[in-house]
Design a protein. Structure first.
Length: 595
């Protein structure tokens, strides 16, 4: 049998702070008691380290101790010996025992005295004591023993089975008590962990809530919660900033108290939708400010049917709404002015037409009489008079050209232009044949890259436009240079861009772009827009005759047919004018479209 050497009052001091020492004492290093904190034994649980409980055997006689040991060894517990009452007390200071077997008659301090002292100590006041006494002791002595807390008596000679059975009961009792203690401790630990978890959860919730609240209070937008009857329950400070009402004033307020009467139906309908759990799209309405004025608020809202609550988000859009209203008003004004200007324009064009028309009659008679003078009276006129008459005739001719151009411009501006299919090859052939003489005189080369395709337009106007461009191409060349004019077309791609990468906006319908390129004097970039204006000319009449109306007629005609016009040109590098017109949708599939 191996008897554990327990810590006495002195040696326990070392073991208390040294788990290694305890391990050595118990011969086992791996069965730590669950109650030990950090694996440090406080010195009171020697027996528990190997799952055994401590039994204290107190007797001054070694032979008796040996006998007790022999009897109790089969129990398999730690049997600890004390040779005196004093030693027993010392051991009890640092160790816990399931039961004490105490010899009654010991020198110096007998069993009863020792028991009395053991009972006085709180740590051992409930430790069961079995007195071992000889059969000859008086019953008085036994009563004394009981009064000192003895739980039993064992009389010598000892019957081993009886002693083992009695001690075994106390060992079991100790184990069960320990087990209950451990369970209670574990329960406490579990409860503590649960409590800590709940505390941490509550803290987290509080923090999240605080942050959310911060969002709520700091948001510039109007945030609020309402019930299914449309009452406001909670609002953030933005409401007061925007509408002037405090949160208290707004609490319990219904839409009809806040919303513009004209917008009330809208809000009632939205609340009904939210009540039915339907999502509500963004909407805008007017809300009353405390000062009686109104603010435009853009709203979104989400229902939470389970809570019967509506979460509301609003943004003050008054500034944008007012700007929009101003723009709408200005647009209205603008439209009115455009209408007035169009009317004035129309009147001017009528005036222009009638003036041009009416002026031509006296002009024709001026021109006729001058011609008659030159033809019939030439011999009777002096050189100077003849020169005057010729100048009159020339001026009359120039003026007539101007009036003709003005009339043409008026026609293009006013005439109705029902679109029809216009075959561009036919138009160009017609133009060229009408200019045979000029082409021959100037030795111009006209190159047409057929087929040109068909456009949906007004045929006479298309002819007028292309004739003006071709005439200009033949006219604006360096003196004695042979004009070279190329004409071709291209389709405009579906995404609205022409093959040359031009990005200007155009009508969405497909179009044909007609190019008229010359090898003439070219035009500075800064004048590319200006030359389309009325009477805009870049050269004096003596250098290049003209009225400054040709390109104005081109632009007007193109615009009236729903097309566009433009050019690419550089001085001394010729010009490329282009005209875009809607493609003829009825064009036969067999007709080859230009690239
Ligand atoms: P006009 O030909 O009667 O002068 P337009 O309105 O046809 O009037 O042209 C306006 C001006 O644009 C012309 O005076 C000329 O300066 C310039 N211009 C027009 N077409 C060309 C061209 N093909 N090459 C160079 N300059 C041109």
């Amino acid at each position: 049998m191996k008897i554990a050497k327990l810590a006495t009052a002195e040696s326990a001091h070392e073991t208390a702070s040294s788990p290694k020492a305890v391990t050595q004492q118990n011969g086992s290093g791996h069965m730590l008691n669950p109650l030990q904190k950090n694996g440090v034994d406080n010195g009171k649980h020697i027996g528990k380290l190997n799952g055994k409980v401590n039994i204290l055997l107190v007797d001054d006689r070694k032979d008796k101790l040996l006998a007790l040991n022999a009897i109790l060894t089969p129990l398999g517990q730690n049997l600890v010996e004390a040779h005196s009452g004093k030693e027993a007390l010392r051991l009890l200071l640092k160790n816990e025992f399931a039961v004490i077997l105490m010899d009654v008659s010991m020198p110096t301090m007998d069993g009863f005295e020792t028991a009395a002292l053991i009972r006085k100590r709180p740590s051992s006041e409930h430790t069961p004591i079995i007195f071992v006494t000889s059969i000859g002791n008086s019953p008085n002595q036994m009563y004394q023993g009981y009064s000192l807390g003895a739980v039993d008596y064992i009389l010598t000679p000892i019957v081993p089975e009886v002693l083992r059975a009695k001690v075994g009961v106390f060992v079991e009792l100790w184990r069960k008590t320990e087990h209950i203690k451990q369970q209670a401790e574990r329960l406490r630990e579990v409860e503590e962990a649960e409590h800590r978890r709940r505390l941490a959860e509550a803290e987290d919730k509080l923090e999240t809530e605080t942050k959310r609240n911060r969002f709520f209070t700091l948001a510039l937008d109007l945030l609020g919660i309402g019930d299914f009857d449309g009452h406001l329950l909670q609002v953030n400070p933005a409401w007061e900033k925007v509408l002037g009402f405090t949160e208290e004033e707004l609490r319990g307020v219904t839409p009809d108290q806040l919303v513009h009467p004209q917008d009330l139906a809208m809000i009632v309908e939205r609340v009904q939708m939210l009540k039915n759990g339907l999502p509500v799209e963004y909407f805008e309405l007017r809300c009353r400010h405390k000062d009686g004025s109104y603010r435009w608020i853009g709203w979104t809202a989400a229902p939470f049917p389970a809570e019967k609550l509506i979460y509301i988000f609003g943004r003050n859009v008054t500034a944008r709404k007012e700007a929009e209203e101003k723009i709408l008003h200005l647009n209205g004004e603008l439209e009115k002015r455009i209408a007035a200007l169009t009317e004035v324009n129309r009147e001017l064009e009528t005036f222009n037409y009638s003036i041009s028309h009416d002026l031509r009659a006296p002009l024709r008679s001026m021109s006729g009489f001058a011609q008659a003078l030159m033809d019939g009276e030439a011999s009777r006129l002096g050189a100077q008079e003849a020169d005057y008459v010729r100048r009159i005739a020339n001026s009359a001719r120039r003026m007539d050209t101007l009036l003709q151009d003005l009339l043409e411009y008026s026609r293009v501006a006013r005439a109705s232009m029902p679109p029809a299919s216009v075959n561009l090859d036919g138009v160009i052939t017609e133009i060229v044949s009408l200019r045979e003489r000029e082409i021959e005189q100037s030795k111009a080369r006209i190159e047409v890259r057929s087929p040109l395709g068909s456009v949906s337009a007004h045929s006479p106007t298309v002819q007028q436009i292309l004739a003006n461009l071709i005439d200009n191409g033949m006219k604006f060349v360096v003196k004695d240079q042979q004009p070279h004019i190329s004409i071709w077309t291209e389709t405009v791609t579906a995404d609205g861009h022409a093959a040359n990468g031009d990005n200007a906006p155009r009508p969405p319908s497909p179009a044909i772009r007609i190019w008229v390129e010359d090898n003439g004097i070219g035009i500075e970039k800064e004048f590319h827009e200006k030359i389309f204006g009325l009477f805009e000319r870049l050269h004096p009449s003596h250098a290049f005759p003209g009225t400054g109306l040709g390109l104005a007629i081109v632009r007007k005609g193109v615009e009236r047919m729903g097309g566009r016009v433009g050019l690419e040109s550089q001085p001394e590098h010729g010009s490329r004018f282009w005209v875009e017109l809607p493609v003829d949708a009825a064009q036969k599939p067999t007709d080859k479209l230009p690239d």
